[in-house]
Design a protein around this ligand. Structure first.
Ligand SMILES: Nc1nc2c(c(=O)[nH]1)N[C@H]1C(S)=C(S)[C@@H](COP(=O)(O)O)O[C@H]1N2
Ligand SMILES: [Mo]
Length: 323
């Protein structure tokens, strides 16, 4: 008889009970969910009825290939514990104040090193590519994480439409500034607009999501309505909310966080348990919604657990230098 000592078992062979239950629920949902169905209508969703997902339903097809089989963070936490500094610094400020954000009319202009620069209306963007539901981990640089069912499609679908030129090496993301609705933009914590950036190959990676919804419905304003970026292998601050402009450029963009504190927040911002933030460790994380006083922290995974898909993007790059 072959008995493995605990040390002989690969981490990938261990299926915790929680993961087993999550996977089982997933299979049941897949069985029930045949082809394209409104994810808001699936039976698995009813478990969250007490959290009361609200907003207009967004039809989407589940994409299990790009989803993690972990317990999803309750809708109530996803929509009440936020970072959106334009609305204030407290975690509760975005839920309190973002209701005033004007999300219509809304356009996104795509410019710079592209053959076909163009301004898209939000209603065009909602129809540009088939909507998928993807369950991604989100790891904030502050040391907490969530598991969130997003609705959207790969950013590459949009970028291909504008035909990046050979000079396009990076993508800059510019977000909304509405002084009338955003109390935070009067403060100087960051320079506004909030700007983020990716290398072009990162932006074109299929995991990089243009998200329009969460939990089967349109994004609540505090989560970045009407559309935001979602890059699951990077710290959450890369995933800019409420996008208004996308610029393809030849030079590395100057992001809002690099301008504010370059020694603390790098351009790459890949989740990396081996590279501490100058003021705290990044080795572990607290999963929002499952944390009791005595719940042990989780070990943070390299590339937030997406290494199989993205590590090759960084072959030969010193990730300590390029944090
Ligand atoms: N425009 C804008 N986008 C932003 C932020 C912000 O302050 N402003 N905060 C970022 C940070 S630090 C995180 S962790 C995520 C949080 O996304 P969530 O509130 O939907 O969980 O949004 C990111 N996108
Ligand atoms: Mo964050």
């Amino acid at each position: 008889m072959l008995i493995k000592k605990p040390g002989d078992v690969l981490p990938s062979e261990i299926t915790s009970e929680a993961v087993w239950h999550a996977r089982r629920e997933w299979m049941l949902r897949m069985g029930a969910g045949a082809a394209a169905v409104g994810v808001g209508g699936l039976s698995g969703r009813q478990a969250f009825a007490a959290d009361g997902p609200t907003g207009e339903v967004l039809q989407a097809t589940p994409n299990p290939q790009f989803s993690v089989m972990e317990k999803q963070t309750p809708f109530s936490d996803v929509t009440s514990y936020n970072n959106y500094y334009e609305f204030g610094l407290d975690k509760g400020d975005p839920a309190k104040y973002a209701g005033k954000l004007k999300t219509r009319p809304w356009t996104v202009s795509i410019e710079g090193e592209v053959g076909k620069p163009r301004t898209f209306d939000i209603d065009e963007l909602l129809k540009l590519a088939p909507m998928e539901e993807r369950i991604y981990r989100l790891r904030c640089v502050e040391g907490w994480s969530m598991v969130i069912p997003w609705v959207g499609y790969s950013l590459s679908a949009l970028l291909k439409q504008v035909e990046p030129t050979g000079n396009a090496k990076f993508v800059e993301f510019v977000t909304a500034v509405q002084p009338d609705t955003m109390p935070g933009v009067r403060s100087g914590v960051l320079g506004w607009p909030y700007v983020e950036g990716l290398r072009l190959d990162e932006a074109m990676h299929p995991l990089t999501l243009l998200a329009f919804g969460v939990y089967g419905r349109v994004l609540p304003n505090q989560n970045g309505a009407p559309l935001r970026l979602m890059v699951p292998w990077k710290y959450g601050f890369k995933s800019a909310k409420s996008l208004v402009k996308i610029r393809l450029v030849s030079e590395q963009p100057k992001t809002a966080w690099i301008k504010a504190a370059a020694q603390e927040y790098g351009f790459y911002a890949n989740v990396n348990p081996n590279v501490p933030h100058p003021r705290w460790s990044q080795a572990t994380e607290r999963r929002i919604g499952e944390d009791g006083l005595f719940t042990p922290k989780r070990k943070t995974l390299m590339f937030n657990g997406y290494g199989d898909q993205v590590a090759s993007l960084y072959a030969g790059l010193d990730l300590k230098q390029n944090y």
